[in-house]
Write a protein that binds this ligand. Structure first.
Ligand SMILES: [Zn+2]
Length: 566
């Protein structure tokens, strides 16, 4: 990110077209001390503060908000040294806090130009042949594929070895829990055939114990971690900067990043990128829960801090790896599986207590959630857990019979509304009846379970077609998520209001990282993290929501994005 130019010049430049800058003369040293640095007036401010949700103006001094109110009230606070920003009726919201994001630096690779979400095998083979012909031996060939590929028995190591004997090849599934690869890829990431399956994951093998060229769950996360280790620092830095640029562009002022592999490496990259926004790096370990890591050193530095322990307790419905209490409806007599035993879940819970760290668990299937709640009961129940804000990431199997116990245990649900677009797949997998109660959202709010939102975006995914609703889940765009949260295409009755969605994405996301006293709403005393938006997200037609951008993003009273600086 560029260093901030001196403020008066910056403001004059950026607001020339849209905002009116009123510079006031006659200075008074005394009032300069206590006067606000910024006075924002004539806006439509949505504060996310339930007691005073709407205002017109706010005043900022240093990194904090000092007053919120009507334009008239706030104007009275200005002094000659204050910079006055006339918002011209624009909507202001607290900065978005993306509670669930994956930073996965791109491997140096030739990316297959696969246009579809579900490319067919012939197309993939043709693209691999093209890549082999056009890149030097040893170049990693990488593609993002769909379920078709995992249903295709020929899509395995032996076939890929024939197609690309001198190139490592990895075909990663778009939902992040599996890959298909060849022998050279295995060698590149340093995995031998005799290496046992890691806890929580598997490399399917043939009768002789040879890995057939696929990885599931933690076996796949391990590959991601290895690839990150192999990514040169300048590539990681470039990816971090791109992520941070996109964030400020959308008015995202905090990202809670799942750091697969090395949390310290991820935090170091964010610091090196001079993150202008706040970054929470969460541990996403790929070792066994029974071999706990050394306690997390919580390091605060500028905008980057490390906290929290994340585990993935089951898979997802695409490959039918989420653990259900019934069979999947599409006739395969499968009910998925949890990645860890209940005893291991108890280890995770105890370890989070020992390390005094928040626990976050990816849980999708209702069987997994039932088991995890049982593990919470076995490790102390509500007396121990009700104030510790254990997070269920996704939590789509939090079915009505499990809700009360989850509430008593004080869990938070962090949902990724882009998953709602997968609704037709849920019907296929779960059947109509079960799909009708799957993925509760608005109803959780009614029962009093805190509901936060994350994009589940990731950095590593190569350029994807933007007109594809599924592929859209790889971007950080909060307004796409707000559109889906407020217009759930498959369970409209679970939709929440736009105001509720903004609160989930700001104040409750802050609550989900124990930071709601400092940020998440626009109130006196809180950090001045905010976004001035390009359009009125409370009024525009739903389909226009994803087009929203920030025209001015502030983090701790500093302007980190403005509409002409791009
Ligand atoms: Zn995720």
């Amino acid at each position: 990110m560029k260093q901030q130019p001196r403020l008066p010049r910056l403001v004059a430049t950026i607001f020339a077209a849209v905002f009116i800058l009123s510079a006031l003369s006659s200075a008074n040293a005394q009032s300069r001390q206590s006067a606000p640095d910024y006075v924002l007036i004539n806006g439509r401010v949505f504060t996310a503060d339930a007691a005073h949700p709407h205002a017109q103006a706010l005043a900022i001094k240093g990194e904090r908000i000092v007053a919120v109110g009507s334009s008239e009230e706030i104007s009275r606070l200005k002094s000659p040294s204050s910079l006055v920003i006339d918002l011209g009726g624009r909507v202001v919201i607290p900065g978005i806090n993306d509670a669930h994001y994956h930073f996965l630096p791109r491997p140096i690779a030739y990316q297959l130009a696969l246009k579809e979400q579900e490319p067919n095998w012939d197309e993939v083979k043709a693209q691999i042949k093209l890549a082999v012909a056009n890149t030097p031996p040893g170049t990693l060939i990488n593609g993002v594929v769909g379920l078709n590929m995992f249903d295709e028995p020929e899509a395995n190591r032996a076939t890929l070895d024939k197609l690309a004997p001198n190139h490592p090849v990895q075909l990663a599934c778009y939902w992040g829990h599996c890959s298909i690869f060849n022998s050279l890829f295995l060698r590149k990431v340093g995995i031998a055939d005799k290496e046992p399956d890691p806890p929580g994951g598997s490399y399917p093998r043939d009768a002789n114990g040879r890995i057939i060229g696929r990885s599931i769950e933690y076996a796949n996360f391990r590959l991601h971690a290895k690839l990150q280790e192999l990514a040169p620092e300048e590539v990681q830095l470039q990816d971090a900067k791109q992520m941070l640029n996109e964030a400020t562009h959308f008015g995202v002022t905090t990202i809670q990043v799942m750091a697969i592999g090395s949390r310290d490496q991820t935090a170091a990259i964010m610091r090196k990128a001079e993150s202008p926004i706040r970054i929470r790096v969460m541990d996403f370990s790929v070792s066994a829960p029974d071999h706990p890591l050394p306690p997390l050193r919580v390091q605060d530095s500028q905008n980057v801090y490390i906290s929290g322990l994340k585990w993935v307790l089951d898979g997802e419905p695409v490959l039918r790896t989420a653990a259900l209490r019934q069979h999947y409806a599409d006739g395969l007599k499968e009910s998925g599986h949890t990645n860890f035993t209940e005893a291991q879940m108890e280890v995770m819970l105890r370890e989070s207590l020992r390390q005094k760290q928040q626990l976050l668990v990816h849980v999708v299937g209702d069987r997994t959630i039932e088991q995890f709640l049982k593990a919470m009961m076995a490790t102390g129940g509500p007396a121990v857990w009700s104030q510790r804000r254990v997070r269920l990431e996704h939590g789509e199997g939090l079915l009505p019979d499990l809700v009360q116990q989850a509430k008593d245990l004080g869990v938070i649900v962090v949902q990724n509304p882009t998953d709602f677009a997968l609704g037709d797949l849920f019907i296929t997998r779960y059947g109509k009846e079960r799909a009708a109660i799957n993925q509760p959202f608005g109803s959780l709010l009614k029962t009093g379970i805190p509901l936060a939102i994350g994009s589940d975006g990731q950095t590593s995914t190569p350029d994807l077609p933007t007109d594809d609703a599924f592929r859209a889940d790889t971007v950080i765009n909060p307004y796409l998520n707000i559109m889906l949260a407020t217009h759930d295409p498959f369970r409209p009755e679970e939709s929440i209001t736009r105001e509720q969605a903004v609160i989930a994405y700001t104040l409750t996301s802050a609550y989900a990282e124990f930071a709601e006293k400092d940020k998440g709403s626009l109130e006196p005393g809180k950090l001045a993290d905010l976004a001035v938006l390009s359009q009125d997200i409370f009024e525009v037609p739903a389909t226009d929501l994803p087009k929203t951008e920030s025209v001015l993003t502030m983090v701790g009273g500093k302007i980190v994005y403005n509409h002409v600086s791009k």
